[in-house]
Design a protein around this ligand. Structure first.
Ligand code: BDR
Ligand code: CA
Length: 305
């Protein structure tokens, strides 16, 4: 079992990623650290506690950054994609009884990585603020993690939040730039591949049929997410499994093909948040450029449905 910490801004695809990880024997979930992003951090923490309890997963939830590394605040939350509560406005079947740990996500990452040197994989599926804070505090952790897998960026394709930027990088470009240049071993699972891993609507019927608290919530929230995708990209035929693909790549790296690249982050101007391939300089990041979407979708469905 591979020990992982998942850093989330628990909107809908984050929730799908948490379920996928929790239901995969290959992974041992050591912690869910939370960040602002799709929604405010306190909502991401509440949603993560709810999901952990619903999935019967005994994992600590640790709150982290409420704002970007250097900017005063985020421009706006992603309510059109994830709803006001981050779960497509679906009403939760109960209030989570568990409490978040009284610690900061960045300190939790440092402690876990130091306790298990070269063992921990960090799966980052929100803005990179918590990891940037952890590296600033304890730079040696860049040599003590096994790997960092980031859902973020649009290296050879269009962005989603602006024509050139992907949402997680756009939410905190300074944190992304800092992490990308820190020397930490990093795999980027960006829109280049995640816009190809679509979940078609017909699969939601299986959750609806099951009729459990978990399946009803997942069907309702994913319908909301699907509607948002169909609104933004008419005729797309499904919703993008961004965050689940980052988990999938940790379970089975064969789902993707990667290229080593130097990737810079634009931190000002109209292209703020863009991730740019710089071919002439030293390579620093493994970028996913192709995906076997069929194999991934089959695997994802076999675990979460
Ligand atoms: C990423 O942004 C968020 O809205 C999603 O949860 C995902 O992590 C996709 O660009
Ligand atoms: Ca996310």
């Amino acid at each position: 079992m591979k020990p992982v910490i998942i850093d989330v801004d628990t909107g809908i695809d984050d929730a799908l990623a948490i379920a996928y990880a929790a239901k995969s024997q290959e992974l041992k979930l050591i912690g869910l650290t939370t960040c602002f992003g799709n929604i405010p951090v306190e909502d991401a923490t509440r949603n993560s506690l709810l999901l952990a309890e619903m999935l019967g997963c005994d994992v600590p939830v640790i709150p982290g950054a409420e704002k970007p590394l250097t900017r005063a605040s985020l421009e706006g939350y992603a309510t059109r994609v994830h709803g006001n509560n981050g779960l497509g406005n679906a009403v939760a079947p109960f209030t989570p009884s568990g409490q978040a740990l009284n610690a900061h996500a960045a300190d939790f990452m440092i402690e876990v990585v130091r306790n298990q040197p070269n063992k921990i994989t960090l799966i980052m599926v929100g803005p990179l603020t918590n990891l940037a804070l952890a590296i600033q505090k304890d730079p040696e952790i860049v040599n003590l993690v096994d790997r960092v897998v980031v859902m973020g960026g649009a290296v050879r394709c269009r962005g989603n939040v602006t024509p050139s930027a992907e949402a997680n990088i756009h939410a905190d470009p300074e944190a992304a730039e800092y992490v990308f240049n820190s020397g930490i071993p990093l795999t980027l699972v960006g829109l280049d591949v995640t816009m190809k891993t679509l979940l078609p609507r017909e699969h939601l019927k299986e959750w609806e049929k099951l009729g459990t608290d978990f399946s009803k919530l997942f069907a309702e929230m994913t319908h909301y997410y699907m509607n948002a995708y169909e609104g933004f990209y008419p005729g797309i035929g499904g919703c993008a499994l961004h965050d689940p693909l980052a988990v999938g790549v940790v379970i089975n790296p064969e789902f993707v093909k990667t290229l080593l690249m130097r990737v810079d982050v634009i931190t000002s101007g109209d292209a703020v948040g863009q991730t740019v391939e710089v071919p002439d300089r030293d390579s620093n990041i493994e970028v996913c450029v192709e995906v076997d979407e069929k194999a991934f979708l089959e695997h994802f469905l076999s675990r979460v449905m």
